[in-house]
Ligand binder design. Sequence first.
Ligand code: ADP
Length: 495
Amino acid sequence: MSSSSSAILAIDQGTTSSRAILFSQSGTLLKQVNQEFEQLFPQDGWVEHRPEDILSTVLAVSREMIDYATAEGLTIEGIGITNQRETTIIWDRKTGEAIYNAIVWQDRRTASLCEGLQEDGHLAFVNERSGLLLDPYFSATKAAWILDNVEGARARAEAGELCFGTVDSFLIWHLTNGEKHLTDATNASRTNLYNIMEHKWDDGLCELFRVPPSLLPEVKDCAADFGQTDPALFGTSYPICGVAGDQQAATIGQACFAEGAIKSTYGTGCFMLANTGANRLHSQNKLLSTIAYQIEGQATYGLEGSIFISGAIIQWLRDGLTILAHASESEAMATSLESNEGVYMVPALTGLGAPHWAPHARGAIYGITRDTGPAHFARAALESVAYQTHDLISAMAGDGITCKGLKVDGGMVANNWLMQFMADILDQPIARPVVAETTALGVAMLTMLQLGHVSSLSELETIWQLDADFSPAMTADERAPLIAGWQQAVTRTLG
Ligand code: ADP
């Protein structure tokens, strides 16, 4: 049994920053630290990170938390890792040096490759085995691009000299000083190379995407022995006990353990994940089937809807249009109006994700008049997040998932106006937890499980505490024309 002064270190390697968060053994957030790093945009639609920036920021924030724990007399019992998903790195198996920058999930450079595969009729095969679609979002075409564009890479890959990994895998390799080339089932399920029913890398998918299987890491459960950190890094060696991709980790941190439970995360984009239990669904509405978590060899599946722009539309109002100084000002601006006065914004700044998957669509604003001002823009932008959520819930309903309330997290959920409007548009209750860092909490929970503090994830359900809930208060007659107005705006945008 652990002592009351023991703690767990969660590493959250995100798209714009690396965080380290210290949790008590009962799941209380003790302290967190954050370091941003540079985003590289070498060409239109390309997004890269320097792998050394990913690693150095992770090491820096981890050391800061380890020093804090030591000063406070806390013993770190284990480490959990959650990460930006799909982002792809290929490195030298001997030196650990990456042969190209990390290609980030948002990167669209392989769009034509995906369109070619789709035209050649491979979608059904890919979807059946991986649960995913043919889109540059996923790792496989990014890996193939590196092998085809870095001189000598493909020959070195065939010779077994290189490793492929998502960010979790790259971090584990370096934290264990090259001892472990591992990933977990949730990260594997985002690559387009993993067979989510047979629980193994799929030879047919590897062949189709031209990624040699010799590159791939071993796939483990989410709570497992991922090796020990190199003592040279932190002075002491710590066991790595829990790993999950960020959205799956948030599903755990939100305690969505029951079949049908749904969480939705509102950061830069919005990612909704419904727990579908032991059933892998075949979506009729372009949603993704994925592994929500895997414990003791038993996969729990999820149905996911990914929207590329949610908080980012508020960022654009702030940094692009400069009509607000802080994202939080959007709340007062929206409240200053009685209604949207017919103004709708479709935030397709980088195309539309689920359920449309229209990479070439671009954003639009409809219904502006001479009375339209900045407040209308702010309100339309916030409303668009609620409408897009409504579209995902409808797509999920079409696939047989009945929404019985939504658990929300991410930077945007601080906006109370948006939360109430969303409850009204969905006609569903919305619950916001006390611990907003649900991704980090999720892998802290996996670490507790692996350390033997509990015997199942569901024993950790009580760690989830309610901060605020929002009940629907709009009549059907008020709701219907708003949704119709949005749908008309989307149809025009797609047209
Ligand atoms: P990420 O992890 O993707 O970087 P976060 O979860 O930190 O994102 O959320 C930040 C996003 O939330 C930003 O895009 C920001 O514009 C938006 N945001 C933050 N606070 C508010 C608010 N009060 N109202 C509306 N949007 C907000």
